[in-house]
Write a protein that binds this ligand. Structure first.
Ligand code: SAH
Length: 456
């Protein structure tokens, strides 16, 4: 790739040139990967006072940059060094971002027009530039800082400017192909994972263990998961908004601890969960290791399994695809998705990425203090967007509303006779399941026929 040229037009060309001498752009300039020319509008003023501004037509405060010196400067530089893609910097333009930087990185000659005062006579915007760009929703005194930001962001994407070409591809906002095998073609971006360096401890503040242990696969998994979590926490707009295919089977599993417990409570709970499942077009299954299925709970005997593994086997046989098992409520060691959109994104980004496989929400039902019992028991090891925890649970899912943590804690508490503050376990479990299923239902694809067509 041959060098890229920026032509900066400004009333303060020395300030622009001075800044560019430092850092990686300075090095790139020295190696002629990038070149920057700064042109002073004032040199193209026509009167003896070298006037570049005038009072606005219609009156009002401030001055406006005159059109003649601006156009004269543009035309002079075009004659001297050739045509360029002309960009006017203005807060009224579309926002500059990484996508725009990527597009501009392929443009060999870029002109950046910096305004001052109230801005440049608007005929320049209408007739003498190719596009407008804004740095953000705030007003600067001049376009120079915007021009410098654009030069840095664009130049670092050019081959050879960064020491390690891989780092640009891994930076925040870099676009990734996020198509899943069954979904439509999708692109999305991440915020990058956090970084740490020596010392390993500073005033009692440590760094994540996994980074010190030196297992590359573990580090890669951890970084992917951190990037995913950060993006969903801070910039969910960057990720693809996926839909659950309309024909993807949905199951709710009531998972009980081993042993015989209070059967009447189980029965009530199963009835409530069956109703919640029915409402959302999901089917209920019961897993109780060693126990016998509760009688008369509105679920057929056939819907009872001794383990999640047995259930998974049966679902695979029935649907011809391995089910995706997700803990309902927070679970240690599993990546937690708050809301249906992050859950679907997490599942699409991990493993087979197949969102049309049966989706199974596993609810730990015994009020033994930990909502996520099956998850916590099943996954002793690693987790991340692309790993599957042993035991088959891939992720934990908390619906966004209403206050899943309160529901979860209500569910986990053993009900006490004189405590009427929190929701009782049966109610809490049914509500949690209902809210989670409703959120998933609302993310069913609205065009199932198109989707089916794509899958064929
Ligand atoms: N009166 C104008 C602001 C002029 S600020 C308004 O209210 O919209 C003067 C110059 O600073 C502008 O001509 C433009 O070149 C530059 N500038 C200010 N804010 C900017 C931003 N957010 N992005 C890009 N350029 C900006």
């Amino acid at each position: 790739m041959s060098g890229q040229t920026f032509e900066v037009f400004s009333l303060f060309p020395d300030a622009v040139a001075g800044f560019l001498r430092g850092g990686l752009v300075g090095k790139a300039l020295a190696r002629e990967l990038v070149s920057v020319h700064c042109t002073d509008y004032r040199e193209f003023a026509t009167d003896r006072y070298r006037t570049v501004d005038d009072a606005p037509y219609g009156g009002g405060p401030g001055m406006v940059m005159k059109i003649e010196p601006v156009v004269a400067a543009l035309e002079h530089v075009t004659r001297l060094r050739g045509p360029m893609h002309r960009i006017l910097l203005t807060p009224a333009g579309p926002r500059f971002d990484q996508r725009v930087a990527e597009r501009l990185a392929a443009v060999p000659r870029i002109g950046l027009l910096c305004g001052r005062y109230e801005g440049i006579d608007d005929r320049v915007r209408e007739h003498f530039v190719d596009e407008c760009l804004s740095l953000g929703d705030f007003v600067l005194n001049g376009g120079e800082v915007a021009a410098l930001a654009i030069i840095e962001a664009v130049a670092r994407l050019r081959e050879g400017v960064l020491g390690n070409p891989e780092s640009a591809a891994r930076d925040s906002f870099s676009l990734q192909d996020m198509s899943s095998p069954t979904g439509s073609k999708e692109q999305g971006a991440w915020l990058e994972h956090p970084h740490f360096t020596r010392p390993p401890e500073f005033r009692g503040l440590g760094v994540p263990e996994v980074l010190l242990a030196g297992d590359h696969a573990d580090v890669a998994r951890w970084r992917r998961e951190q990037a995913w979590r950060r993006t969903w926490a801070l910039r969910p707009d960057l990720r693809p908004q996926r839909a659950l295919p309309d024909d993807a089977p949905l199951y709710l599993v009531a998972h009980f601890a081993a042993g015989e417990k209070d059967m009447s409570e189980r029965t009530a709970l199963i009835a409530a969960l069956a109703a919640a499942a029915g409402e959302a077009g999901a089917e209920l299954r019961v897993v109780s290791p060693g126990g016998r299925p509760p009688e008369g709970a509105g679920v057929a005997r056939a819907a009872h399994f001794r383990s999640l593994k047995d259930l998974a086997r049966e679902l695979r046989r029935r649907h011809g695809a391995a089910p995706r098992l997700v803990a309902l409520g927070p679970a240690s060691d599993l990546p937690l998705a708050r809301g249906a959109a992050p859950l679907l994104d997490l599942l699409a980004a991990s493993g087979a990425g197949d969102l049309s496989a049966p989706l199974v929400l596993v609810l730990a039902c015994e009020a033994t203090g930990d909502l996520a019992r099956p998850a916590a028991n099943a996954s002793q090891g690693r987790s991340g967007p692309s790993s599957t925890a042993p035991g088959g649970l891939e992720a934990a899912f908390s619906p966004v509303s209403p206050r899943p943590s309160r529901l979860a804690s209500g569910l986990a508490e053993t009900p006490s006779m004189n405590d009427s503050s929190g929701p009782q376990p049966v109610q809490a479990a049914a509500l949690l399941a209902a809210v989670a299923l409703a959120e998933l239902k609302s993310r069913r694809s609205t065009h199932p026929s198109e989707l089916r067509h794509e899958q064929q």
